[in-house]
Ligand binder design. Structure first.
Ligand code: ATR
Length: 280
């Protein structure tokens, strides 16, 4: 796409940024919709973050995504941050409004719920959810599940203290469970989410015996390299519905694209294949 002088400009702040899939993903949608616009990787060091971020309105940017390690700094530097992003403690999507104010939100919670709802039959109120892990990704998912209305939430993490502080900060019906007891935590659950790095390429697999998990439960992994983690393979083999981690990446991108470029983009097989080509 050759840009005109009126092109809409967005991008992603990260350090490093070379491995981000977002430019490919947004580039696919820009091409599909023939939009006079661009989405560029912005390699911004932590020292340069504040100056670069506050320069976005002056440069005419429509907005940006924010990735590691800037999500907390973005929250602190936005003019307005919505309530869900505040609870998650991180901003991943910023819109520059008509008066040049930086409006922050977090679309990870939306991306997670949308991915599960589009890929599986799941009713949030049907039973407890189990979250494995208590890092940044877990925070967004815990907020998403509380907001979706799960009746109970069990969080288990290798470092128990991290799960406890997450539960204390977020409130709601969160029960912290010892990592050693994670297998028992699956009893009666309607949803299981792995937010740890276990099962990712180059990491150990997640050791989790699914025997106690009802076969009606949905099992999801936020890891997407590989797409079929050992957890998802085991779950599918015993008849559980499974949702891979790519959907969350794709759906979290939808709201930002719509706000910056004015078109609600579709997540479909063509997009999944295009993003996957680059992962393999
Ligand atoms: P992110 O912000 O992307 O979620 P993170 O903060 O590094 O990343 O969190 C990674 C998660 O994987 C944490 O829950 C971590 O557990 P700790 O809080 O105990 O570190 C979990 N994790 C990583 N390696 C693990 C391992 N070998 N066994 C169990 N949990 C592990």
């Amino acid at each position: 796409m050759i840009l005109s002088g009126k092109a809409k400009i967005a991008g992603i702040f990260g350090w490093p940024i070379a491995h981000s899939r977002s430019p490919r993903l947004h580039g696919f949608w820009l091409d599909r919709h023939g939009i006079d616009g661009t989405y560029i990787p912005l390699a911004v060091t932590p020292e340069n973050f504040a100056a670069a971020f506050r320069a976005l309105p002056a440069l005419g940017f429509r907005g940006v995504n924010i990735t590691v390690p800037h999500k907390e700094a973005a929250l602190a530097r936005c003019d307005t941050v919505d309530a869900q992003a505040r609870r998650i403690g991180a901003v991943n999507t910023v819109v520059v409004d008509a008066s040049g104010r930086l409006i922050g939100s977090n679309t990870d919670a939306f991306g997670f719920i949308e991915s599960v709802r589009r890929s599986a039959t799941w009713d949030a109120t049907s039973g407890p959810a189990v979250v494995l892990g208590a890092g940044g990704a877990a925070r967004a998912i815990v907020v998403a599940l509380l907001d979706a209305g799960v009746p109970a939430l069990r969080v288990t993490n290798r470092t128990r203290a991290r799960a406890e502080s997450l539960a204390a900060e977020l409130g709601g019906a969160i029960q912290v469970i010892d990592w050693e007891d994670r297998t028992e935590a699956l009893a009666g659950a309607a949803l299981v989410v792995n937010t740890t790095t276990l099962g990712m390429q180059g990491h150990e697999p997640l050791a989790l015996d699914l025997a106690r998990l009802p076969t009606t439960a949905v099992v999801t992994d936020i890891v997407y390299t590989p797409l079929q983690t050992p957890l998802l393979r085991d779950a599918a083999a015993r008849g559980n519905q499974t949702v891979d981690g790519l959907g969350m990446l794709l759906y979290q991108a939808q709201p930002g694209f719509e706000k910056w470029f004015g078109v609600r983009p579709e997540v479909d097989d063509a997009l999944r294949r295009f993003v996957l080509e680059d992962l393999c």
